[in-house]
Design a protein around this ligand. Structure first.
Ligand code: SAM
Length: 286
């Protein structure tokens, strides 16, 4: 089935009485060059695929062609009859219906893939939950090799900006703790039906075997990142002090103990410096 052909898409959707729900981020890919490239990148060093939000199965089919098994998680049960039809020719595909933000993904992986499977996450993510879903997957420490995902262009640019770069935000540092992000290619609005309001991009997040820095308390490390980047125009001193409700004098002490100046801003820090500051604040009981 030619799942990027608008005529085919409209036929199969209208036959099943399906109408797009904007609230679920339902923009389906119709650009035929995108899904094969995503699937190839995802399955370069993996042989099993986990997809979030298959829609009508356009990416699922490309993953199925290149994997031993592809498991897709879709929230919208109205797509059940559609997917049974569009993916009928692939025996190595399974679709589960549920909310990827709620389901126990570790349990699902252990139930649906062999123990030693090399699994890649590949998805055109629903845009209303892009960052929380990526962070949920990373924080759950799923046994996966990488994520190859389509997100809003600005999100990809920010996540792939590199720590210590002007464009970096809290999400840049957080993502870099778990993986190595790489911007792969941009995708225009016209590559979807219906066309979204924003451009998109595909990025690859390769999971690190070990985090690049040692932190004494991960929870506190992420709390510090959030506070440090919450007010981007302010100095690190001011944003951390107000974000963590700690008197300025004590933050000043820790900042200078780490060899940083008072006017340093969060975006100027390397991940090592963020980790050092977090450890220093904890060690000095600040
Ligand atoms: N993969 C298809 C494509 O590329 O054409 C569809 C991508 S569309 C951007 C996002 C898909 O995610 C939709 O099918 C939507 O119903 C589904 N979705 C939205 N929220 C979800 C959630 N919380 N859990 C699982 N799937 C979800």
């Amino acid at each position: 089935m030619e799942l990027t052909n608008l005529k085919v898409i409209n036929e199969v959707l209208s036959k099943n009485g399906f109408s797009f729900k904007k609230s679920l981020g339902q923009n389906f890919l119709i650009n035929p060059s995108v899904c094969p490239k995503m699937a190839e990148n995802a399955l370069g060093d993996a042989d099993y695929a986990l997809e979030i939000g298959p829609g009508i199965g356009v990416l699922t089919a490309e993953l199925a062609k290149r994997s031993k098994k592809t498991l897709a998680i879709e929230l919208d049960e109205r797509l059940k009859p559609v997917l049974s039809e569009t993916l009928a020719e692939y025996e190595n595909v399974e679709v589960i219906f549920g909310d990827a933000m709620e389901l126990d993904l570790n349990k699902i992986i252990s139930e649906h893939f062999p123990e030693d499977a090399k699994i890649a996450v590949c998805a055109n993510l629903p845009y209303y939950i892009t960052s929380p879903l990526i962070m949920r997957i990373l924080e759950s420490r799923l046994p996966i090799t990488s994520l190859t995902v389509m997100v809003q262009k600005e999100v990809a640019q920010r996540m792939c900006a590199g720590v210590g770069n002007r464009q970096a935000g809290a999400v840049t540092v957080s993502v870099n703790y778990y993986c190595e992000p790489k911007y792969l290619f941009s995708v225009s609005k016209g590559s979807f039906t219906p066309a979204p309001n924003v451009d998109s991009a595909v990025m690859s997040l390769k999971i690190r075997k070990e985090p690049p820095v040692k932190v004494l308390d991960e929870k506190f490390f992420f709390k510090l990142i959030k506070a440090a980047f919450a007010q981007r125009r302010k100095t690190l001193l001011n944003s951390v002090s107000s974000g963590l409700s700690i008197p300025k004098e004590r933050i000043k002490e820790a900042i200078s103990a780490c060899g940083l100046k008072d006017d340093t801003r969060a975006e100027m820090l390397s991940i090592e410096q963020v980790a050092e500051l977090a450890n220093c604040l904890l060690e000095h009981n600040i």
